[in-house]
Ligand binder design. Structure first.
Ligand code: GLU
Length: 450
């Protein structure tokens, strides 16, 4: 169930669908943004001229490459690598790399498109891009991961640079992978060009708070959103899907602000702990042991249940923070959450709620923070890392976290005020899409037809 769009945009959407056959997540992301732009075009007809919107829907460049690598047994594997350089009107392409078996060009395009708007919302000088591979890192040794990353970078390095395109992590790409990728870049170019990639370790050009930033930022956004209704986190029951980087630091910040997080998950199942999730134990299992979430029950005992093949969203909660993967929260899940008394949703992942789920939340008057606004703290802190690299400086944790909090409050207020200005108060989806679009469109308009 997708929303109606302005007549003017129907041919644009049809062309996107015809040209990007079968890439349903990409169609979905474009459809959602076009659904927000009707009012903008009547106020700013100049942004519909010179095929600006058509250009915005077509990536500037798409790179697809072979990634051959050798496993510990000596067998050769071939994966496919991608980098979609979506839009550079506001700055160099910026966005993460995802290593996950579901990756294909349509997934990377949807992520690159979303990233363009997200990055615009941060107010920093970064364009949109995304990349990755259909490589599934699960079960491979450290050496295998290293060889894969080296092979991936051997091709990618010709396409990136501090002023060209600056990758980072995403699902399946964390500190370890960034280290191997940067190491290979440095070796190939014979330059310590730290500004080419973000999410680096603190000893080699990384920024404080980058690891925590997406999760912390999402919680800051939701905190500000709750405050518009006079609510806070204290005593609230929360469910966070996932148990990767975004989920871990979302849970940690929620707990520190007084919420009780009762469940989290991985792609096999979820745990529910009525005493409140022990985040240090989750970190031990996921970050140190690289294990599965079900191991939590072995170490924690009684109050915990582990459930497979069932939706985490059927657990009653006040606050839901989907932080796993796209389209993980369906219309059915949304109906159940609403029935169970939900008050707010903050998307930590990119596009985790289906269009039907978003409609259900909005019609029920639930506070809904879309990923491209709520999870922008990660990329915003990447931009802070770029600033530190460029000035050969490094800031303290406290200073960096203060900046992140300020940026997230700024993004919240921009979305909130834009929604009011365009006659849809409280609609953060439209607020985010319109505010992001206005920045990108203004720059594209000024730069001419390129
Ligand atoms: N992958 C993250 C995102 O979806 C971070 C990207 C970055 O830091 O460049 O925004």
């Amino acid at each position: 169930m997708l929303n109606k769009i302005h007549d003017k945009f129907v041919p644009i959407l049809n062309q996107v669908i015809a040209r990007n056959n079968g890439e349903k997540e990409f169609h979905q992301a474009i459809h959602e943004v076009l659904g927000s732009l009707g009012h903008v075009i009547s106020r700013h007809p100049e942004y519909a001229e010179s095929a600006l919107i058509e250009r915005l829907c077509e990536p500037e460049r798409q790179i697809i490459f072979r990634v051959p690598w050798i496993d510990d047994q000596g067998d050769v594997h071939i994966n496919r690598g991608f980098r979609v350089q979506f839009n550079s009107a506001l700055g160099p392409y910026k966005g993460g790399l995802r290593f996950h078996p579901t990756v294909n060009v349509g997934i990377i395009k949807f992520l690159g498109f979303e990233q363009t708007f997200k990055n615009a919302l941060t107010g920093m000088s970064i364009g949109g891009g995304k990349g990755g591979s259909d490589f599934n890192p699960r079960g491979y040794s450290d050496r295998e991961i290293m060889r894969f990353c080296q092979s991936f970078m051997t091709e990618l390095h010709r396409h990136i640079g501090e002023y060209i395109d600056v990758p980072a992590g995403d699902i399946g790409v964390g500190g370890r992978e960034i280290g191997y990728l940067f190491g290979q870049f440095k070796r190939l170019t014979n330059r310590y060009g730290a500004g080419v990639i973000t999410g680096k370790g603190l000893l080699y050009g990384g920024s404080q708070v980058r690891t925590e930033a997406t999760g912390y930022g999402a919680v800051y956004f939701v905190e500000r959103m709750l405050a518009t209704k006079g609510y806070g986190f204290d005593g609230r029951r929360a469910v966070v899907s996932g148990s990767g980087n975004v989920a871990i630091y979302t849970i940690q910040k929620l707990i520190s602000l007084g919420a009780k997080v009762v469940a989290c998950s991985d792609s096999d199942g979820y745990i529910i702990d009525e005493d409140g999730i022990d985040i240090d134990l989750v970190r031990e299992i996921k970050e140190k042991q690289r294990g599965r979430i079900k191991e939590y029950i072995e170490q924690k005992g009684k109050s915990v249940r582990y459930v497979e093949n069932s939706s985490i969203w059927h657990i009653p909660c006040d606050i839901a923070m989907p932080s796993a993967i796209q389209n993980e929260l369906t219309g059915d899940d949304a109906r159940t959450l609403v029935k169970n008394g939900l008050i707010a949703v903050g998307e930590g992942a990119n596009m985790p709620s289906t269009p039907e789920a978003i409609n259900i939340f909005q019609e029920a008057g639930i506070l809904f923070a879309p990923g491209k606004a709520a999870n922008a703290g990660g990329v915003a802190t990447s931009a802070l890392e770029m600033q530190q690299n460029a000035s050969r400086d490094s800031w303290t944790f406290e200073e960096t976290e203060n900046r992140l909090a300020k940026i997230m409050h700024g993004i919240h207020d921009l979305c909130y005020e834009t929604a009011e200005e365009y006659g849809v108060p409280g609609d953060y989806v439209k607020g985010a899409n319109i505010a992001g679009f206005l920045r990108v469109a203004k720059a594209m308009h000024a730069l001419g037809v390129i």
